[in-house]
Design a protein around this ligand. Structure first.
Ligand code: DHB
Ligand code: FE
Length: 289
């Protein structure tokens, strides 16, 4: 049987990808940010999964106002890095896992979550920046990401967006789906996006360090209560793009303690850093106890 062994959480910011692609990670501005991922890169080498289920949001790259899936599961064999306006990032093509993805589709849809299935899409910074942060630089031609990745997109860009509660319940359904897959696979689930940031309007540049850290404390210790955070609180406290944080609740909902079959997860690593462009970068690694 397949198992979810750990969950990883990290913000995404396009400029982080640019800093890596243009070899600027040693600059004073970026050094403290990347230092926060040194442990994580070692941890990922030591705890290499067979598959990563990567929850992220597309930013009007593969989707648009023409088509707005709330939850979209990548069932394809490959996903190309997207051109977001200045050429595709020089990173490897993402290899999918169609067998596990189609099993998850079957199981999660039968658990009453109506997913959109996507066999072809390009993946933007929402997916490639977390991979770059965790895996480090990769040769775009001869290199490869450490394992297959199942992309799972959540609409947090165009209203109405799903609630934290819905995301948390979906995570629980994904755990059941993974555990009913008939092959021994070590699966990690990653929740990405957030933390506080607002990219437009009068409050552009908003950061809320205190709220972010209180939210993290609660997400770790009492995820069910955290999942009840109303949508308006994210927008008021963490800015309009702070709503990306609901994606972290999918990963947290997939941990075994939520299902009542294990102790609270072990916090292997926690990091918080400002500034990185306009975003407060939060990062967490939780291991199932
Ligand atoms: C930034 C952050 C995001 O989450 C995003 O999607 C785009 C830009 C930023 O801080 O620059
Ligand atoms: Fe974003």
């Amino acid at each position: 049987m397949a198992r979810i062994t750990a969950s990883v959480y990290t913000s995404h910011v396009p400029a982080i990808g640019v800093a890596m692609d243009l070899q600027k990670t040693g600059e004073d501005y970026w050094k403290p940010l990347f230092a926060g991922y040194d442990f994580s890169r070692r941890w990922l080498r030591d705890n290499r999964p067979d598959v990563i289920f990567l929850v992220y949001n597309d930013h009007a790259t593969a989707f648009s106002l023409d088509l707005i899936p709330t939850f979209a599961l990548g069932t394809g064999a490959q996903f190309n890095p997207a051109d977001e306006g200045w050429g595709a990032r020089p990173v490897p093509v993402v290899q999918g896992h169609p067998e596990l993805a189609s099993h998850i589709a079957q199981s999660v849809i039968q658990q009453d979550f109506d997913l959109t299935l996507v066999n072809r899409m390009d993946v933007d910074h929402g997916l490639t920046v977390p991979l770059s942060l965790m895996c480090g630089e990769q040769d775009p031609v001869h290199g490869a990401w450490p394992c297959p990745v199942i992309p799972f997109h959540v609409n947090v860009v165009q209203y109405p967006v799903p609630s934290g509660q819905r995301c948390f319940q979906l995570g629980q359904a994904i755990r059941r789906a993974v555990e009913s897959f008939d092959e021994d696979l070590n699966v990690q689930i990653w929740g990405t996006g957030g933390m506080s940031h607002q990219l437009q309007g009068a409050r552009a540049g908003l950061i809320n360090r205190e709220w972010d850290n209180a939210w993290l404390d609660q997400m770790i210790a009492d995820p069910a209560a955290c999942a009840a955070t109303p949508h308006i609180d994210y927008v008021r406290e963490a800015g309009s793009e702070g709503i990306e944080l609901v994606m972290w609740l999918i990963a947290r909902g997939a941990m075994s303690d939520v299902a009542g079959s294990g102790r609270p997860p072990r916090v292997a690593h926690r990091f918080y850093h400002v500034p990185a462009s306009n975003t407060a970068v939060g990062h967490l690694i939780l291991e199932n106890a």
